[in-house]
Unconditional design. Structure first.
Length: 161
């Protein structure tokens, strides 16, 4: 695996997810499936936070040759932003655009940066390449929460081509 492979995986995930996300209505996206659970808007806002944090991680790690980065309180960030008060379409557009840019960024990271050591929130170090791949897997996990196993099935079909 290399950064181009991760970037291609991210790009294909965005391509497949966009139409599925757009099938979810604004009202449906604003309601939690159960008490204490995030709404679909809150999940997508979390993925925007994740894109933002990982963007900085990818670029800083590649530029500096190592990375020590703080973790973040995902619940607090979602609570402050109140994503249920904005349109679902705005969240989809922002998420999609940011991740399309991350495809570009990942394609620019030199192969020599793959083994750069990164420590997030005081946890054991991982490589930059591992972190980039984990970002995409994290994104898929949460997309499955939004659109259900439908996305997982579509992804499996696309990956087998």
């Amino acid at each position: 695996m290399d950064f181009a492979t991760v970037a291609n995986d991210l790009g294909e995930t965005i391509r497949l997810a966009g139409p599925m996300l757009r099938q979810v209505g604004n009202t449906e996206a604003s309601f939690a499936s159960a008490p204490g659970k995030w709404t679909k808007k809150e999940i997508l806002a979390h993925l925007i936070d994740s894109a933002s944090n990982n963007h900085q991680r990818f670029v800083r790690a590649a530029a500096q040759g190592s990375l020590e980065f703080p973790g973040y309180d995902q619940d607090a960030l979602v609570a402050v932003q109140k994503p249920n008060t904005v349109s679902w379409e705005l969240l989809i557009e922002f998420w999609s655009g940011y991740n399309r840019y991350l495809v570009h960024v990942l394609n620019q990271i030199p192969a020599s940066s793959a083994e750069v050591q990164c420590s997030i929130g005081g946890k054991a170090p991982v490589t930059l390449l591992w972190m980039a791949n984990d970002y995409v897997e994290h994104l898929k996990y949460h997309l499955n929460q939004i659109v259900g196993r439908q996305f997982e099935t579509q992804w499996s079909l696309a990956a087998s081509r």
